[in-house]
Design a binder for this molecule. Sequence first.
Ligand code: SD4
Length: 329
Amino acid sequence: MKRRQFIRFGAAVGALSVVKPSQATNIVAQSYQGKAKGPIVLSTWNHGLAANEGAWAVLQKGGSALDAVEKGVMVTEADLTNRSVGVGGRPDRDGHVTLDACIMSGDSRCGSVAFLEGIAHPINVARAVMERTQHVMLVGAGARKFALEQGFATAKMPIDEVKKDYEKWRKENKDLFKKPDINHENHDTIGMIAMDAQGQLAGACTTSGWAYKMHGRVGDSPIIGAGLFVDDEVGAATATGLGEAIVRVAGSHTVVELMRQGYTPFDACKEACMRIVRKHKDLTGLQCGFIALDKEGNYGAYSIYAGFNFALRNNDGEALVDAKFDRNW
Ligand code: SD4
């Protein structure tokens, strides 16, 4: 990792202390919520640091939150070492890498693609659905046809290394109706939310989804209101984790609506997690996490289990922050 200055974002603005990258993952206390001035971008997991850099290049020049989140998550989509986003993603049970992505701006414009194969940057296609069609969501072969017509680049997936892993998995998992193994390690979708210098909000979410899922499965990430929701009147939220559980509670919309009712971003993320906990009898492997940002620049995050973190970038610097959680693995 490059030498960077990591700033500790405390609950109190002004109480910032610099920590070294090696210490960054130890930032727990108080940092899961706070307030940051000016343009700000938050994204899920530690790959969010690189993605935030991509977004920040847009925001610091006065660019829009919408351009920033698109550019930001493209960094992760292009990262061949990432096994659950974009070109390096793992396939479904039948060996197909199927991609889900959505984008939303605070004025309620949104676009989404799901079950999309062989396109390098699904987030670009989602934005094109938003801006160049009358629709919100395209899926499967139709989404691919649209992407090709619009001139978006193709990519071969799965990449060789991922294919090898898949073939091994197939040998060891003859029963294809077996519930795929799920844990916090095979989940690391990127969800990103940002506010630009003009105070406008936007978000993007992109994933190859649950590794070795059933062919045709779509998770929360491309579903507006589940994996992502943004409203300039209130704030923005995005989700990561077991998509089925997030969809059941319309997770990101729930977080935003809770903030509309006066919850802080942290409390809203926590309540959405608790709602998932209350609705599920079996919590085995049921990791879900949310990050949220309100229109004043307050942010927060929460996850059901330990292990979730998010990356934060604003004019004061960048940080990788451990989310607060309800239970240990
Ligand atoms: C899904 N929510 O497809 C995505 C996966 C994920 O961290 O978030 N991984 O269910």
